[in-house]
Design a protein around this ligand. Structure first.
Ligand SMILES: Nc1nc2c(ncn2[C@@H]2O[C@H](COP(=O)(O)OP(=O)(O)OP(=O)(O)O)[C@@H](O)[C@H]2O)c(=O)[nH]1
Ligand SMILES: [Mg+2]
Length: 653
């Protein structure tokens, strides 16, 4: 079975294209997973095919990356609109990183809006491999009535819902055809010395010779050929399918590529897992592609025996097992398989670096409707995050509540739906509270005496100490200059322990940071003094000192790296400024053509707004990663509001 992924921006016609490709020679078999990945199996040219159809929104990008891991080639589907070229940028980025051979399909040629050359040039900004036209449109007035193939030099007239018919290249197209063909040959000759020689000698190579070169150049991933069509009218669809059949590499090329990348012996790479979902009463279903034959129920794969092996489109068991390398199958009752992964019989090998999804930007606290479900929720989320690397699960600092980081609102909705429908855990969500701290802004001195006389042994401890602000990031420090055993040596650690306890909650209600405590004198009693008494004195003494030391609220500041296509970089400055952030600068992203990495410092409380603004300013394309940088003072009304809200929360109001 041969397998390709169709990907591209939202609503561009990908599913329509897959449906038409699948129906060229009969009825396709199709299934759509709960996460929206379509799997279509069909026959073409006497071979079995599988097309993976990834929904076109940026939150589904991790699914696209995983699908590429299992694909011999991909079809990037775009529109013929220059201004929309940027929408293809995330996909071009993923395709290039994965080194998957790609054919670019410019869809919607029935709605011409500008020159194809300009569309290709605009897309080229985001792609380091040359995009090379393999067809040019044939126009009649402002309508496109067909296309001319630049290798065979044959013209095809589009017919509604049917394969195109051959016709004479119209006079008006001849010159443009020669020009575009010369460009194509020139590009190909960069990767073929024989062709270069032929061109220098002014000899006309045969179409067959050019097809052979073009097949090799595609499988070596040197260029991206560009084809044209209109999926909903079946125009250009047969041509695309033929290009895939003749020019896309087979499963053995994928096996070689993945094994070489992972540094494992090609002969041991048995399969690659690329998608998983959970179904009620069935459990985890893993979609995988066999890269050797012999995958079957009970056989070892990924270190344990496979449960049932099913046809992903029909859900029927494949009794004979997988008899052909390249076949896509669903593994059920095989919970040991993680996704995505390379699978040998004995082990699950981690996927290549390029499958790492963008850092999830949406952080939410999930609260189960019933308290009894707390453990179940955290177990289930753990399970789900094993097969969805776009999801991060952790616990909120301070409250221990269940914190999830999702790709975006749609991803979060899907997650909640799965939790409810499959695992019967109803949850609501709320934003996490930003993590604040407090410190002091001046020195203060106390003399604190702890004394209790209750019945038998009393408690007595007396301390003289001061608190002072430490430098930013220095944390807590404790010093003592007690003379003459006023506080006996063995009780000093107890005072320090008490002082540390006092840091847990300062006068504003937050954890106290960057404070130094200095114990310089005190008194003790030979009978009533104890470690306990001195710890209590340390704690209450320091607490009192803190309350006199002008406490200030400290807000967390994060260093963010925002990834955007360069055209959006300028727009980020006002966004960062409006969030009270600080721009640090931006650089070209060396790893992705046409992208910038924009660095800034942003207050923790503004991260959610940053995600929202970024989404709307970049058509959902931009994303960012964050790391905590430091705490910074926050004054005024904003600080007051946070302190009183926190106080109300802590008092259970
Ligand atoms: N005019 C025109 N419309 C098309 C063409 N191809 C698809 N469409 C229409 O575009 C709309 C979206 O098509 P889909 O195939 O669902 O698009 P998609 O890319 O799969 O969309 P998502 O999966 O949501 O990302 C449908 O109404 C199609 O009929 C085309 O070549 N020309
Ligand atoms: Mg679709």
């Amino acid at each position: 079975m041969r397998c390709f992924t169709v990907l591209g921006p939202s609503q561009i016609g990908k599913s329509t294209l897959v449906e038409r490709l699948g129906s060229l020679e009969g009825e396709p078999k199709k299934s759509v997973s709960p996460y929206g990945l379509g799997v279509t199996e069909f026959e073409f040219g006497g071979e079995a095919w599988c097309a993976l159809d990834v929904p076109g929104n940026n939150e589904a990008l991790p699914h696209a990356q995983n699908a590429l891991l299992a694909s011999d080639a991909c079809v990037l589907c775009v529109s013929a609109v220059v201004d929309e070229a940027v929408l293809a940028a995330p996909y071009l980025r993923a395709i290039e990183a994965s080194a998957t051979p790609c054919i670019l399909f410019i869809n919607r040629m029935d709605e011409p809006r500008g020159r194809i050359r300009d569309v290709v040039a605009a897309l080229q900004d985001y792609c380091s491999r040359p995009l090379v036209l393999r067809q040019i449109p044939i126009r009649e007035g402002d309508r496109i009535i067909g296309s001319c193939d630049l290798i065979s030099e044959r013209a095809w007239r589009y017919r509604e819902g049917q394969p195109s018919s051959l016709f004479e290249i119209p006079e008006s197209t001849v010159e443009r055809e020669h020009e575009a063909r010369a460009e194509l040959l020139e590009h190909l000759s960069e990767f073929d010395d024989w062709l270069l020689e032929e061109l220098i000698e002014d000899r006309e190579p045969t179409s067959d010779a050019i097809y052979t070169i073009s097949t090799r150049v595609l499988s070596e991933n040197k260029i991206i050929p560009v084809l044209l069509g209109a999926a909903s009218h079946s125009n250009g669809v047969m041509r695309l399918m033929k290009a895939l059949r003749h020019e896309a590499p087979h499963a053995d090329a994928l096996r070689k590529r993945l094994a070489a990348g992972a540094g494992i012996d090609e002969a041991t790479l048995a399969a690659v897992s690329f998608h998983a979902h959970f179904r009620q009463s069935v459990g985890k279903t893993v979609l995988a592609r066999a890269l050797q034959n012999g995958v079957k129920q009970g056989a070892a794969l990924g270190g344990a025996g496979l449960g049932s092996v099913q046809d992903p489109a029909t859900g029927r068991a494949i009794a004979s097992g997988v008899t052909e390398a390249g076949q896509v199958f669903a593994a059920v009752k095989s919970d040991h398989l993680s996704v995505p992964a390379l699978l040998t019989s004995g082990a699950v090998v981690g996927p290549p670096e390029w499958t790492t999804p963008p850092t999830p930007m949406l952080e939410r606290i999930l609260v189960p409707a019933s308290e009894r479900d707390e453990t179940k929720l955290s177990e289930t989320l753990g399970k789900l995050s094993e097969t969805d690397r776009g999801l991060k699960v952790m616990q909120e600092e301070g409250t221990g509540a269940q914190l999830v980081c999702a790709q975006g609102p749609m991803h979060l909705r899907e997650l909640c739906r799965t939790l409810a429908d499959v695992f019967h855990v109803e949850v609501s969500d709320r934003p996490p509270s930003a993590i604040y701290r407090e410190t002091i802004s001046k020195t203060s001195e106390v003399h604190y005496r702890h004394r209790k006389q209750t019945g038998g042994a009393g408690q007595f401890a007396d301390v003289k100490l001061s608190v002072h602000p430490n430098g930013r990031g220095e944390g807590f420090s404790f010093a003592e200059t007690v003379k003459g055993g006023a506080v006996p040596r063995n009780f000093i650690p107890a005072v320090e322990a008490g002082a540390r306890e006092a840091m847990e909650k300062g006068p504003l209600g937050f954890h106290v940071i960057d404070v130094g405590v200095h114990l310089h004198d005190g008194q003790h009693h030979s009978v009533d003094s104890s470690e306990y008494a001195f710890r209590t004195a340390g704690k209450l003494g320091v607490r009192q000192a803190l309350s006199q030391a002008a406490a200030v609220l400290m807000q967390p500041i994060f260093r963010v790296e925002i990834h955007v296509p360069s055209i959006y970089s300028g727009g980020l400055v006002p966004i960062v400024a409006s969030l009270k952030g600080q721009v640090l600068g931006f650089d070209r992203d060396e790893a992705a053509k046409g992208w910038d990495i924009f660095r800034a410092l942003i207050p923790g409380a503004a991260l959610e707004e940053l995600a929202r603004s970024l989404r709307s300013a970049t058509q959902g394309i931009g994303y960012f990663s964050r790391t905590f940088d430091h705490f910074e003072e926050l004054y005024g009304k904003e600080a007051q509001a946070i302190v009183s809200a926190h106080g109300a929360h802590a008092n259970g109001q």
